[in-house]
Design a protein around this ligand. Structure first.
Ligand SMILES: *Cc1c(COP(=O)(O)O)cnc(C)c1O
Length: 391
């Protein structure tokens, strides 16, 4: 007899918690126990659980039409693309089902651009601590042992640089570089923001050599940092940008946004997707974009985040043996820990507060952007109680 193997491939290190319903920033177990959710499904449920307007638009679309394929024009897809073009640097948008697929297209777009330009540009620069997904291309781009070990031979053409090392970047960014790809705020890497001045400098350096600037805003985009996209803080624009997670509000949806120059090689037949830009996903995505770009929404995120951050600084000061500091921007915050971060995640869970561990011994706090001031205050009370149990 074969050894028993679980029916779900055991690639996840998950807890036994299981939820049957959600509303706003709260999740409910079958037992009725309620948890305050500062994970938002890892920055996915940007508008919280069961947002009434998203439920309505999804239900309406589900009753009208689910899927037709990209053989046909999809009105919701056109509408969402136009909204993203209007709100960003982009001239054009391709829809995917996930962040990983968006990363794959971003890489293909870079390769095709230089092929059409007739230039040999073999190298794409990426950074330590990066996360771009789990496909063969995305793991090669991030380059960490943890993701690549056992999956070789790896896709060639990436050079991984230390994070925030200006000299290493200057030395590497020559005429062989096709593109530089990075997250303006590293998520899985431990909420590590690139300072605005560095992002500006990087834009200038790319302009000097012609390299394309590719930003991965899968986690830090869609209002998470208090701007629609994180790069707006630095006053620059990328050439290509990956988006996913928050844009679907919980429905699988991703996108690649690009300017006309970067997209110029992607003609009919060069890329495609069966589900990408599906009517259900795009109907929801269009509503998410409408809500996040409505007047006042992002101001509200910034105001809440400033107060929350101040309370977290107080929490850190009250437990110097547990916490080292707060980092991040908007409602994409990290508690850098002295105690093992995973211990704090478990202690918080015991207080019915959900948080996400990240690399660099950081606990991520990614509440729904719609969370209330009262709920954020309650989260701090629960974090304080959790820290006390570890002291
Ligand atoms: C989650 C994530 C991805 C991968 O997205 P999937 O939807 O899981 O494929 C890529 N880049 C960043 C920055 C992410 O946080």
């Amino acid at each position: 007899m074969n050894a028993p193997f679980p029916p779900v491939l055991p690639t996840y290190n998950r807890t036994s918690l299981s939820f049957v319903a959600g509303e706003g920033a709260w999740l409910t177990e079958a037992s009725g126990a309620r948890y305050l959710d500062l994970t938002s499904g890892i920055a996915v449920n940007a508008l919280g659980h069961a947002h009434p307007e998203l439920v309505a638009v999804l239900t309406r679309q589900a009753q009208a039409l689910w899927h037709v394929s990209n053989l046909y024009t999809i009105p919701a897809q056109e509408q969402l693309a136009q909204a993203l073009v209007d709100a960003t640097f982009a001239d054009t948008v391709f829809f995917t089902n996930s962040g990983t697929e968006a990363a794959e297209l971003a890489l293909k777009m870079v390769r095709k651009y230089w092929y059409e330009a007739g230039e040999e540009r073999p190298t794409i620069l990426t950074f330590e601590g990066a996360f771009h997904g789990r496909s063969t291309g995305a793991i090669a781009a991030a380059g960490s042992d943890k993701m690549t070990k056992g999956f070789g031979p790896l896709m060639p053409g990436f050079k991984v640089l230390p994070w925030g090392d200006h000299d290493a970047l200057t030395a590497a960014l020559d005429d062989s570089v096709a593109a530089v790809m990075l997250e303006p705020v590293q998520g899985e890497g431990g909420i590590r923001p690139l300072p605005d001045a560095c992002l500006k400098g990087l834009r200038d350096a790319c302009d000097r050599t012609g390299a394309l600037l590719v930003l991965d805003e899968v986690q830090c985009g869609m209002g998470r940092t208090g701007r629609l996209f994180a790069h707006e803080w630095a006053g620059i624009a990328p050439d290509i940008m990956m988006v996913a997670k928050g844009i679907g509000g919980g429905f699988p949806l991703g996108a690649v946004l690009a300017n006309a120059r970067a997209a110029s090689g992607m003609t009919a037949g060069t890329h495609g997707s069966t589900y990408g830009g599906n009517p259900l996903a795009c109907a929801v995505g269009a509503k998410v974009v409408e809500i996040i770009t409505a007047p006042g929404f992002l101001e509200d995120v910034r105001r809440k985040s400033a107060n929350f951050r101040q309370s977290l600084e107080g929490l850190v000061a009250a437990h110097p043996e547990i916490f080292e500091g707060v980092r991040g921007q908007g409602l994409m915050l990290g508690l850098k820990c002295r105690a093992p971060a995973i211990d704090l995640v478990k202690a918080a869970q015991a207080q019915h507060l959900l948080t996400v561990p990240a690399a660099d011994n950081v606990v991520r706090l990614l509440p729904p952007l719609t969370i209330t001031e009262e709920e954020l205050a309650e989260a701090v009370v629960r974090l304080d109680a959790a820290a006390r149990t570890l002291a």
